[in-house]
Write a protein that binds this ligand. Structure first.
Ligand code: PMP
Length: 405
């Protein structure tokens, strides 16, 4: 079979692949603990359910305008004003099938073949693949000091005449770091001065701990949305735990949104009105759902920190937001894929290898699940990696046998 070279070069999504592996193991009755998945366990906010149900009840589920239902765009405009202090017009907003599609459409709209996009490691797995899908070149900047905070001079050194955009994700998947205010301010200044688009992936922007906030990029420019280089991507997947609803959006200059709308029109026409109504319900409903999720994640972060301190040789930067931790496991094995594989086979714990995020030697642990899963999962990992540990032990009432599978 002859397939396109470009398509064959795109790697599969490791997190979705691991989800599938874990699901199959569970189906076979194996007691898998999933610390891989980036998905809170909450129930859908009731306001989202009611809004979607009422749309369905009308029995009119048709195409919507390509760029989204006007009523949802209104809710997004209010959200943007409340959270970013920016009043934007409906023409500045496009609703897509998840933040993922919003990002893809943005890159498709911005890049010519061979244009470069700067990506800060550790990064979300899809950025480099998306850039490659639109014939661009991902340029990865790696922090050398192990802090997960990119250095400004490294970003500047990576800029060439082909640099079209920089993607910044703060709080960051997979490191859990919130980038410093000075860094965001400086990146905004560089992008505006050099005419580079700054794509802010703000999908976790309210999941920040310890009374801090993630500084929004708009704060550091006086330019209005039509003239700034800042483009903001957001969605309901993480903040409202509505991953399956597949609604995200982008905010940017109207010309860009217009072209993104053409791209979307020729690919998916529009996101489903049932899901758009759910997003509208979430945005217009009581917002304490976001705050209670944030508090739960902060508590889970504390549990992870406590459990990880007794993990000999493992270094962990304390996550400041999101629901991910990225401990350094090089003391056990510098090959993160082999390590994740061993943990799955020996302890039935799913983790995501750091290599997928441009951070070899680390494992990403998601703490979006239950405290019980976190404590048992980390205990199993300790047992599996400790050469002194017995072949069989009980953790809680569960008997663990080395090389379970
Ligand atoms: N950006 C980042 C950093 C993410 O972690 C994710 C989801 N894992 C997305 C974007 C995509 O979100 P959505 O579900 O809205 O497509």
């Amino acid at each position: 079979m002859t397939l396109s070279r470009r398509a064959r070069e795109i790697v599969d999504s490791p997190t979705l692949r691991l989800n599938e592996e874990a699901r199959l193991l569970r189906e076979r009755g194996q007691p898998v603990i999933h610390l891989g998945i980036g998905e809170p366990k909450n129930r859908t906010p009731i306001s989202a359910v009611l809004s979607s149900a009422s749309q369905l009840g009308k029995g009119e589920v048709k195409y919507t305008p390509t760029d989204g239902l006007p009523s949802l765009k209104k809710a997004i405009i209010r959200y943007t004003e409340e959270n970013y202090g920016r009043l934007v017009d409906p023409e500045n907003v496009i609703v897509s099938t998840g933040a993922k599609q919003a990002l893809f459409n943005l890159l498709y709209t911005l890049l010519n073949p061979q244009d470069e996009v700067i990506i800060l490691a550790p990064y979300w797995v899809s950025y480099p693949e998306m850039v490659k899908m639109v014939y661009g070149i991902p340029v990865v900047v790696v922090p050398e000091d192990g802090t997960f905070h990119p250095r400004l001079q490294d970003v500047e050194a990576a800029i060439t005449s082909y640099t079209r955009a920089i993607i910044v994700n703060t709080p960051n998947n997979p490191s859990g770091m919130v980038f410093h205010e000075e860094f965001i301010a400086a990146i905004v200044e560089i992008c505006e001065r050099r005419g580079i688009y700054l794509i802010m992936d703000d999908i976790y922007h309210k999941l920040v701990f310890d009374g801090r906030t993630a500084p929004p990029a708009y704060r550091y420019t006086n330019k209005d949305v039509e003239n700034t280089r800042i483009l903001v991507v957001n969605g309901i997947s993480k903040l409202y735990g509505m991953t399956g609803f597949r609604i995200g959006w982008a905010v940017g200059p109207r010309k860009l949104v217009e072209i993104m709308t053409n791209v979307q029109a020729q690919t998916t026409s529009c996101p489903s009105p049932l899901l758009q109504s759910a997003a509208e319900g979430a945005l217009n409903g009581v917002q304490n759902v976001v705050e209670s999720l944030r508090l739960k994640m902060q508590n889970n972060r504390d549990v992870v920190m406590q459990e990880m301190t007794s993990f000999t040789g493992v270094r962990l930067n304390r996550p400041e937001g999101t629901f991910y931790a990225l401990p350094d496991f090089r003391a056990y094995n510098p090959d993160s894929v082999a390590l994740a594989d061993l943990l799955l086979k020996r302890a039935l714990v799913v983790t995501v290898p750091g290599r997928e995020f441009g951070m070899e030697g680390h494992l990403r642990l998601s703490f979006a699940g239950t405290v019980k899963d976190l404590t048992e999962g980390i205990a199993r990992m300790k047992w599996a990696l400790d050469p002194e540990s017995p072949n069989e032990i009980y953790i809680g009432d569960r008997k663990l046998v080395r090389d379970w599978l």
